[in-house]
Design a protein around this ligand. Structure first.
Ligand SMILES: [Mg+2]
Length: 397
């Protein structure tokens, strides 16, 4: 018997005597939900201090729940900060029918089908952010079906990922409170701290950074994030001043689409440059990577259209020797970062915790993969309470 034959027999033993190909399992039910997650305090980064955005008060979450005829389930989500959540939800509702009757294992086929269904609105941005919840739910289902955490389905390089905290160092937070937050995060086992910079008063940025570095000591991993608010001249001047702070990286020093500017900065500074969180497709990340625009790439699976394009970005980034630090959504990115060949960083945000019944484990500076299959999350009652719109397609078996 061939090795493939043995696998087929083993699969059949667990699935009513049928192989995956013979089972004919199909997606029969799709549910979409739009929820608004409120934040305890309005949040400001440099985009608010330069007057470009209002403080963030809530996050729109678009959930997809899938079920197959044989009873397999999957959950995925996309999100939007400030505007866009209603649009993503509306477009996802238009696409949902296309999943019915498909074999959930054929994720690439389904992805292409959904892309063509919405081809008129493009292959980036909101158009693909409406595909993300489906794609993420399909990967979750595939791993649940295999009885594996998603990281193991991909082929993990590690069981845990070094993890840094962002939420304690925003610009609406006074420095004395930032220093308290830093101490609490450290006591809770965080492996690194990131603070926001990029405000119009650059001296204030340096004052806050200096105080945090002093509190942490010279070697504790520390990053800064300017949220795209410097011009090229300010970025190089600030970058040079910040070389003394032994930073892990300087994040989004320039406009997210300024490939040339980022490349010049990355080449001029010893401190690594990180960017990519605002990009919304594989193609945009390809320009960044091939343009030598960053040392650390920061894709975001919900934002780029799901796990399927994220895996393509990982592959390209790894082949070009870049580091990986995915943006936000640690619930998804833990699994992807664990499968990256070069030691990555995971961004810790506690904001989404109330949406799920399960929580991730932070210990010894790292976030650990649980033994729960798939992404390892189920939606909480609180997530249902924050839901304002739902739409169901097909029949739940
Ligand atoms: Mg950032």
């Amino acid at each position: 018997m061939t090795h493939a034959g043995s696998d087929a027999v083993s699969y059949a033993r667990h699935h009513g005597g049928k192989t995956a190909a013979e089972s004919g399992d199909r997606i029969v039910w799709v549910k979409l939900s739009l929820a608004f997650l409120p934040l305890a305090t309005p949040v400001s980064d440099a985009k608010v201090l330069t007057g470009r955005q209002k403080p963030l008060t809530e996050v729109a979450i678009i959930f997809a729940e899938l079920q197959t005829r044989d009873g397999f389930t999957g959950v995925g989500f996309s999100y939007s900060k400030r505007a866009g959540g209603q649009g993503i939800y509306a477009h996802a509702c238009e696409l949902a029918d296309a999943l019915l009757g498909e074999d959930p294992n054929d994720i690439s086929k389904i992805y292409t089908k959904l892309l063509w269904a919405g081809a008129s609105v493009g292959r980036s941005g909101m158009a693909v952010q409406a595909i993300s919840p489906f794609d993420i739910a399909l990967w979750d289902m595939k791993a649940r079906r295999a009885g594996l955490p998603l990281a193991k389905l991909f082929g993990a390089h590690r069981d845990s990922v070094q993890c840094y905290n962002t939420s304690g160092g925003f610009l609406h937070t006074p420095l004395d409170q930032v220093l308290k937050n830093v101490a609490i995060s450290r006591d809770n086992g965080i492996g690194g701290i990131k603070i926001k910079v990029g405000q119009p008063d650059t001296a204030e940025d340096l004052r806050r950074l200096s105080a945090v570095r002093q509190a942490l000591g010279d070697d504790f991993p520390l990053m800064v994030d300017a949220n795209q608010q410097w011009d090229r001249e300010t970025a190089i001047r600030m970058g040079r001043k910040m070389e003394a702070f032994n930073l892990v990286w300087i994040e989004e020093p320039l406009d997210a689409y300024d490939v040339e500017g980022h490349a010049a900065l990355a080449s001029a500074l010893d401190t690594p440059i990180a960017t990519g969180e605002m990009l919304t497709s594989f193609r945009e990340h390809e320009q960044l990577i091939l343009g030598h625009a960053s040392d650390v790439v920061q894709p975001d699976a919900p934002r780029v259209g799901g796990i399927t394009p994220f895996l393509q970005i990982m592959d390209l980034a790894a082949r070009h020797g870049r580091k990986l630090a995915p943006h936000f959504a640690m619930e998804i990115h833990l699994h992807l970062a664990a499968a990256y060949p070069i030691e990555p960083w995971l961004e810790h945000f506690e904001w989404l915790n109330p949406l799920f019944n399960e929580q991730l484990e932070l210990r010894d500076g790292r976030m650990w993969i649980s033994d729960r299959p798939g992404l390892g999350f189920s939606l909480s009652e609180q997530a249902r309470k924050w839901t304002v719109l739902t739409s169901e397609t097909g029949q739940r078996p």
